[in-house]
Design a protein around this ligand. Structure first.
Ligand SMILES: [Zn+2]
Ligand SMILES: [Zn+2]
Length: 75
């Protein structure tokens, strides 16, 4: 079985025993059906979410989480 999320680049391949992963993934989109508003620019000018459900702001280029907060990639 294969699954490709239509909302982001999440994909899954496996048996019905692990299909729960897909169900869990789809819940993310149900909860967060709208893209976040960038806390830096205060716009919704964001790209499609990546597989980590982070959005890249097209204005400032920062990576945002579902709440619009900038994700700090530096550890
Ligand atoms: Zn997805
Ligand atoms: Zn921004």
């Amino acid at each position: 079985m294969k699954y490709q999320c239509e909302h982001c680049d999440f994909h899954w391949e496996g048996t019905s025993y692990t299909f729960e992963k897909v169900r869990d993934h789809e819940k993310i989109h149900l909860k967060k059906s709208t893209s976040p508003r960038c806390k830096v620019c205060n716009t919704r000018n964001v790209d499609q979410p990546n597989s980590n459900h982070q959005w890249e702001c097209k204005t400032c280029g920062n990576l945002l989480d579902a709440n619009g907060q900038v994700v700090n990639l530096e550890k």
